[in-house]
Design a protein around this ligand. Structure first.
Ligand code: ZN
Length: 400
């Protein structure tokens, strides 16, 4: 009888080992599926660090038992750090303040940062990976579910932090050449994580809704594990499910539709604040309040440089310079739009006139109007666009 070494599979290939933190939230649950689908043997650590939303650990447990029931093998261990981190100050912890409501990119969310949390977690994950590596004479990976949406508020989720941490850990340990960090989501947002998980769940024979129903993202759950849908982490999750065309199977007080409406209104408010900070007064007035700049005053009414015109708010390509013509009306005029722009047209009956308003199809910024007095050779239309709605990239800039 052939003896199979502990780390050799039936087909002779070596097992790949990964160690990760399973919080019970959506990102780490997705990461687990990502690793299982890539053929890793996964060891998950779940940390009790005195978090207000300690119910997430029950979710982690429930999730692992669902995976076991579905024939997946996962090593899972709960680690109690509540005493070690009992002197830490953060609104995310049980003795902290109230978890703030609002958008996940708001500055107030900084009160939910737990000091040095990810360094503590990474340190334990790294030690576990080193131990697996030594015990089983194998390479091991520390996998982390950090993603681009975390970077603004949580500095310890940024890739440069993990680069530096990896270097420090490598310097301080024997055998570190066999350990690597793996951050598969570092350039993805939360919707990207769901899109990554969808086909993997199917390949593993898991059910999307059954899986994500067992993941808790809210920082402020009800005692029986439902969500009000009001914290920043809720908003981000709800918008991600909506962006991939799904309803979140998690239980929201008031139901999914109400949670979605609230998340969308928070998002709109946040975008408006961002734009107010970034745009000039006239750019904001034109794009967000359907204003019109005075004729012959805009930046582009009389220009003919070769290049592209993009939406000032979201950078969507709208027009190319060869579509521009001198109409003499005092605003930049184009006879056609770039086909991929798919500019929205809306009947506008303001000011006692019937006109066709045009808006960006990606971000809904007001651009101007379209009239039927354009050059016949190009279809007879004239897009009369505010310079304030656009940014220009010259051909030279684009090619460099
Ligand atoms: Zn736009």
């Amino acid at each position: 009888m052939a003896v199979i070494a502990a780390d050799t599979q039936m087909d002779g290939s070596r097992l790949k080992h990964a160690v990760m933190a399973l919080s019970g939230g959506m990102d780490s649950a997705s990461l687990l599926v990502h690793l299982l689908d890539e053929g890793y043997e996964v060891t998950c650590l779940s940390f009790d660090y005195g978090q207000q939303h300690v119910l997430e650990l029950d979710c982690a447990e429930e999730l692992v038992s669902y995976l076991h029931k579905m024939g997946q093998s996962v090593v899972h261990q709960k680690i109690d750090l509540s005493s070690a981190m009992s002197l830490f100050q953060s609104d995310l912890l049980q003795k902290g303040g109230d978890v703030p409501e609002g958008h996940y990119e708001e500055d107030s969310m900084k009160s939910t940062v737990v000091p040095n949390r990810n360094a503590v977690f990474a340190s334990l994950l790294y030690g576990t990976a080193l131990s697996i590596s030594a015990k089983r004479d194998t390479d091991a990976m520390v996998a982390l579910g950090v993603h681009s949406g975390d970077h603004a508020i949580y500095p310890d989720c940024r890739p440069e932090f993990y680069d530096a941490l990896g270097q420090a850990f490598a310097l301080g340990n024997w055998g570190s050449e066999r350990i690597a960090f793996h951050l598969p989501y570092v350039r993805l947002d939360k919707a990207g994580i769901l899109l990554d998980a969808e086909p993997r769940l199917t390949r593993l024979g898991l059910h999307f809704d059954e899986f994500y129903r067992r993941t808790l993202t809210t920082y402020d759950p009800t005692p029986d594990g439902m969500s009000y849908g009001k914290t920043g982490s809720d908003i981000e999750r709800i918008l991600a499910f909506h962006a991939v065309g799904r309803e979140d199977p998690f239980a929201y007080i008031g139901g999914w539709q109400a949670a979605l409406r609230h998340a969308q209104s928070q998002d709109k408010k946040q975008r408006s604040n961002d734009l107010q900070n970034r745009l000039t007064a006239i750019q904001f007035h034109v794009t967000q309040e359907s204003g019109t700049e005075r004729a012959f005053t805009g930046e582009f009414w009389d220009t003919d440089e070769a290049g592209d015109y993009l939406c000032i708010c979201c950078d969507k390509l709208l027009f190319e310079s060869q579509m521009k013509f001198g109409s003499g009306c005092g605003w930049p005029s184009f006879h056609s739009e770039v086909p991929t722009a798919r500019i929205h047209r809306i009947i506008d009956q303001s000011h006692g006139m019937q006109r066709t308003e045009v808006r960006c199809s990606t971000c809904d910024a007001h651009l101007g109007h379209v009239f039927d007095d354009g050059p016949r050779a190009h279809g007879g239309e004239r897009y009369c666009i505010n310079s304030a709605s656009m940014t220009f990239v010259s051909k030279g800039e684009r090619e460099s």
